[in-house]
Design a protein around this ligand. Sequence first.
Ligand code: FPP
Ligand code: K
Ligand code: ZN
Length: 527
Amino acid sequence: RNRAIFIRKFPKNKKENMAASTTSSFPTSQEGVATSSQQNLDAITDDDFEYVDEEFVLSHSAEQQAQPEPMIPDLFKQPSLVKDDLITATSQLQDQTVEHCLPFLTGEDGPLDLNDYGLPKLNREKHIKFLKQSLGPLPGRFVAVDASRPWYLYWCLSGLTMMGEDVSSYRDSVIETARTMQNESGGFGGGHGQTSHLATTYAVILAIALVGGEEAYDVIDKKAMWKWLCSLKQPDGGFQVCVGGEEDIRGAYIAAVIITLLDLPLDLTPESPAYDGRSNLLTGLAEYVRSCQTFEGGISSQPNNEAHGAYAFCALACLAILDNPRRIIPSYLDVPRLISWLSYRQYAPEGGFSGRTNKLVDGCYSHWAGGCFPLIEACLSPSGPGSEKNKTATGLAAAPESLYSREGLIRYILCCCQDQTKRGGLRDKPYKMSDPYHTNYVLSGLSSAQHQWDLDSDPLPLPNGDTTPSLAALGADSVWNVFPYIDENDQIYEDSDRVRPIHPAYAIPQKNVNAIRAYFQGRSGFA
Ligand code: FPP
Ligand code: K
Ligand code: ZN
């Protein structure tokens, strides 16, 4: 009698399909094959037809075994239809990656509880436990990542925050740890006695902002930080990442973050390599960002290098901090080419993003590449949700069409990036180990895919008719608003799987950005 259910075609229409089902679990592969294939219907014998009784099926299936096929668009469940004939090591790795991902995307791999759209839930408890454990103490082999201890603080605290955990209980340990990492000559290194680096300084400052509180903010030696940043500022507008180190776009982004969060003075010390009596810490910074856009349309670490997603985020976020994105992004970047390059980063059927041309999807690019879209979308939308143009009949902001597939990215994240064993955490791709870096950036990407960010207003005119950003313009008129992104037709995940929003440029919650800025703006000078 079960066969009657197997050969019954389930309606394609999603609403009917949902109404017909009382359970949200996934059919066995046997059912999946039999219901979806015309061949199987052709092979039915006369005997079988006895059982093809719609009324019987409808009256018996509800609480028995009828399980509708999950609603997964073909795009995300079969290999790409467009294939290059040339077989290379690169194409083989790509094919292998698709082969690894497909069973996770279709759900045929595991005994997981899947919803009507074929998606597992966000396994919060396991991921929270994984991040709490990663805050230490850690086994000896972790000595290899000793210089990344500040990053561990940021990744873990940020991931926990996005999953709704209160991390203020970590304040005292962040304070103690950060103190040991700070150098008298300014900035934070990877640990006690290690050279200050912009990357570790960024991570410490964001960790401090996440735990919040004056005692934590007070750890930062603001005057030494300012002098150190001056020593990193280069005549062409960019920043070295450490004294005598490389100059790249990470430096540009991180400097913009530090200067604005700590409200540093923009004056250059006479010792600065960029000192010329006219320039300041921001002079030429947007021009430096522009010089990193490549022929592909993406952004490279330094002029004339290969475009990579990590640097696209640095470029857009740096500009969005310097001035209203609606004005500054199109002034300094070729936006159509950048959108083209970014769009090529999202793959099907995987749904996730790659970091560069001809390379593989990786969960962390959910943030580095995916996280570019809120900034791009904000710079393109003619006006924010406050404007009449965007309001629907209900008075609520209409969700505009996205420039990327939020559904694809969310499918990749929930199906392929979760370590479903007791280890927990999120990862690059199936068969890779979860780690705090991927856990944080996969969640950041999930967060941007689940929210809609809008700029409240059009840019105000710059003072003195300036065209380059100045302190007066820094974020002054960039009022960001955030809403849950609701797709009325295809809400493919449960509301309980929505993580918290983070600021599109600072990558921590907006309230933490506001609190640390308010603290330093409220104190004049270096006192
Ligand atoms: C390539 O690695 C990765 C890079 C060239 C850049 C990585 C940089 C970041 C992730 C962050 C930079 C930003 C800040 C703010 C510090 P790969 O060759 O292993 O990976 P791929 O094959 O995916 O390109
Ligand atoms: K990678
Ligand atoms: Zn990665």
